[in-house]
Design a protein around this ligand. Structure first.
Ligand code: KG4
Ligand code: ZN
Length: 354
């Protein structure tokens, strides 16, 4: 980041009181996304080109294929975002791009595209952290959210509990020690051969099952920290399926997925609530792909109501990886002069909040 004081003052003066249109680019995993966001909060376009068709036959994201597909479609996605916003390249004031988290080759495609546009248009470029972007999927729609709040970011690639003290100020409370919750959803769905990605399929199928049918473990629930672990739960489901098969019993798929989902939600809700109470925080936000889960939403609404707390979820389209959240975050970085330059590098797992 360029911290030269004259440079920062110039940026602050340049954008003071001016409408700012930011192009966001997000290519962390298997979604190619570009968005135009005005003044950090008005989404003029948010194009998401998902690669489900490419990866579903493998029941998981194939990194090499993901990067190639990003390379193939990135220009079209950006141009679609511009045309939907009724803009051309010269109307963009700055570019925000996820440069710090995801599959390395996928992240590189977004960063390279952003650098070319920043160079050609001579506009600021801001390299951002994907997890921080997910936090801004909440702030984007709720600019007046009260700080501090606790944000659970939970998806296929990450699972973190973060204390958000103010814009750009974070304390990482805990994270997964192995699989992220979304990854566990995807792996269980693969095990049962019920589709990809597993989260939405299990969410739907669980409605037909009995969540009390199987007593799956609640990993890390009784540990006095804010970390998570879901690989043991996955193993327990696998052992149950193997046992049923060995006994020649039919696999009660809806009961299994409902019981699995119940265990994941139980852990996520209880650990997040516990952290909020311990920190004396009255506002909780949930972000990332798994924040779309209907049981998770229902349970958090119940529990926060009981504790007289506020709960925020992103609108559905902003749960998954998207560039609007990146553009919103870029707006705040721009306003504080926190910029990158054309030497910006791509990184797969930069630290966050520590
Ligand atoms: O945020 P996202 O699009 O990408 C990552 O950063 O990983 O999240 C994708 C993840 C997948 O693991 C998917 O199974 C999960 O979010 N997911 C869900 C639901 N919708 C998506 N998990 C549980 N319930 C859902 N309704
Ligand atoms: Zn994500």
């Amino acid at each position: 980041m360029n911290k030269d004081i004259d440079f920062i003052i110039n940026i602050l003066l340049k954008y003071k009181g001016k409408i700012v249109n930011i192009l966001g680019i997000e290519t962390a995993c298997d979604d190619t996304s570009a968005a135009i966001v005005k003044d950090g909060h008005v989404i003029l376009s948010n194009i998401i080109w998902d690669q489900q068709k490419v990866h579903e036959k493998y029941c998981g994201v194939v990194p090499e294929l993901a990067a190639r597909r990003h390379t193939e479609v990135i220009t079209r996605v950006i141009e679609k975002a511009l045309s939907q916003a009724n803009m051309s390249y010269s109307d963009i004031d700055a570019i925000g791009v996820n440069a710090m988290r995801g599959l390395l080759r996928s992240v590189m495609v977004g960063v390279a595209a952003a650098k070319v546009i920043a160079f050609a248009q001579n506009i600021p470029i801001i390299g951002l952290h994907h997890i921080e972007g997910h936090i801004y999927s909440i702030i984007l729609d709720n600019p007046n959210i009260e700080f501090p709040f606790i944000c659970l970011t939970v998806s296929g690639g990450h699972n973190m509990l973060v204390l958000v003290q103010s814009h750009g100020q974070y304390e990482l409370l805990g994270m997964t020690l192995d699989d992220a919750a979304g990854e566990a959803f995807d792996k269980i769905a693969k095990l049962l051969d019920i589709g990809f990605p597993g989260g939405p399929v299990i969410d739907k199928l669980s409605k037909e099952g009995n969540p009390q049918a199987f007593k799956f473990p609640r990993p890390m629930l009784n540990k006095a920290n804010d970390d998570f672990s879901f690989s043991g739960l996955k193993t327990s489901v696998l052992t149950t399926i193997k046992k049923l098969k060995k006994e020649n019993k039919t696999i009660p798929v809806p009961d299994i997925v409902a019981s699995f989902q119940e265990a994941v939600v139980d852990v996520l809700v209880k650990k997040t609530m516990r952290a909020a109470i311990r920190k004396g925080v009255k506002t909780i936000a949930i972000a990332g792909g798994v924040s779309a889960n209907s049981l998770l939403r229902k349970r958090f609404k119940q529990k926060t109501k009981e504790q007289n707390m506020q709960i925020y979820f992103p609108q559905m389209i902003l749960c998954m990886d998207n560039a609007a959240m990146i553009a919103s975050l870029a707006y705040y970085k721009l306003k504080s002069g926190d910029l990158s330059d054309l030497n910006l590098d791509a990184c797969s797992n930069a630290p966050f909040g520590i």
